[in-house]
Write a protein that binds this ligand. Structure first.
Ligand SMILES: Nc1ncnc2c1ncn2[C@@H]1O[C@H](COP(=O)(O)OP(=O)(O)OP(=O)(O)O)[C@@H](O)[C@H]1O
Ligand SMILES: [Mg+2]
Length: 254
């Protein structure tokens, strides 16, 4: 069953065709990878899916429902969560509070209710705290819960972003270069974590330049270059595709 389908999606910035007539489909329960050289349009595509950018052309369906006419917050409440290429944590909040922020999209009171704290919102807070603690444990950050987010080592900050995203209980999780800047042992842990998330029933679409990682965890890979899909298939098929090899070599020589 398809969870995400894009039909002829284009996103132009003036004369730049960041995404051009892109058709992809992601099946429920899979880990899929999105690769391509720098500037290929990967992050722009995530911004289109998650409602950050309006499309220039085309349609996006999530669980057969049209979402490309919805706002980012509306898309998030349908069960689609993402992380960003650069770390975007609330650095002056604690680790636990960062995850609680992710959780509020699933509460009646929402984030503003939690900040203003009327009585009914305070009653929800304990359950939010408890759930947030469980997500921290899930990603292996339980011992850091009362630390300020800015004091965490880099690899842990990346994991915290993932914890915050999964705290909204998504069905589809978009990860934009989660392994960037991680050392080899952190990457190993990240691979286990992403598999563990998938095993809970979450579908994962992941942008990564870390090829060994993407080859190891993805069932399917889509390759972009200059906003256009140049290859799609199993990791083996895509890594042997001449068009993909040329796209990477071409950019390196540029
Ligand atoms: N807000 C914007 N305004 C104008 N141009 C943009 C904007 N966002 C992206 N672009 C352009 O769109 C193209 C695709 O950029 P994008 O960030 O999506 O690439 P990417 O594949 O994520 O690259 P990287 O691997 O370096 O993260 C680039 O030419 C970029 O300069
Ligand atoms: Mg990017």
């Amino acid at each position: 069953m398809k969870i995400l389908e894009t039909k002829q999606v284009s996103k132009h910035f003036g004369g730049i065709k960041a995404i051009e007539k892109l058709d992809i489909s992601i099946n429920k329960g899979e880990i899929a990878g999105l690769i391509g050289p720098n500037g290929a349009g990967k992050t722009t595509f995530f911004n289109c899916i998650s409602g950050v950018y309006p499309l220039t052309h085309g349609k996006i369906l999530y669980k057969d429902k049209l979402i490309s006419n919805l706002r980012a917050d509306e898309i998030a409440t349908l069960g689609l969560a993402r992380t960003f290429q650069g770390i975007r944590l609330f650095t002056s909040l604690t680790v636990l509070e960062n995850v609680m922020v992710g959780r509020y999209s699933r509460t009646k009171c929402g984030l503003w209710g939690a900040l203003i704290k009327p009585k009914w919102a305070r009653e929800e807070e304990d359950s939010v705290k408890e759930k947030a603690g469980a997500y921290l444990e899930f990603v292996g950050l339980k011992d850091y819960r009362n630390e300020l987010a800015k004091n965490l080592p880099y690899g842990c900050q990346r994991k915290l972003e993932i914890a915050r995203a999964i705290a909204s209980e998504p069905e589809l999780l978009l990860l934009d270069e989660p392994a960037a800047g991680m050392n080899p042992s952190e990457v190993k842990e990240l691979i286990c974590l992403i598999k563990k998330i998938r095993d809970t029933g979450v579908t994962v679409l992941i942008i990564e330049h870390h090829m060994r990682m993407i080859m190891e965890i993805c069932e399917k890979i889509i390759a972009l270059n200059y906003g256009v899909k140049i290859s799609e298939g199993t990791p083996l098929e895509v890594s042997n595709d001449q068009k993909v090899i040329e796209a990477y070599l071409g950019r390196e020589n540029a």
